[in-house]
Design a binder for this molecule. Structure first.
Ligand SMILES: [Zn+2]
Length: 101
């Protein structure tokens, strides 16, 4: 199986805000897959425990429990290229199914 990866930094350029996509293709038994890896910030044990207790008790920040990632427009060509590759590999996979039928 071939795998291609794409990295997109957050527009804020914080090194913990990185979005990484993997595009798997060339597996005859499965359609191409595009999936994302999200880097979670590592915090100390006591900080994680404190956050966990707050979470169990239902506390929530004004932003919820999500981290943000801001799309940097400078990556628009690479992002379109990734989506086009995903579409191309998916179309090739669908065509391969039609040929074998
Ligand atoms: Zn950021």
């Amino acid at each position: 199986m071939r795998k291609e990866d794409y990295f997109f930094d957050c527009a804020c350029h914080r090194n913990t805000h990185l979005l990484r996509f993997y595009l798997n293709h060339d597996d005859k038994d499965f359609p191409p897959e595009l999936y994302a890896i999200i880097l979670l910030n590592k915090k100390s044990f006591f900080k994680r425990l404190y956050i966990g207790i707050k979470y169990i008790l239902g506390a929530q920040s004004e932003y919820g429990y999500f981290e943000e990632w801001i799309f940097d427009y400078n990556y628009i060509k690479e992002f379109k290229s990734m989506i086009n590759d995903f579409e191309k590999y998916n179309n090739e996979w669908v065509q391969s199914l039609e040929i074998t039928e």
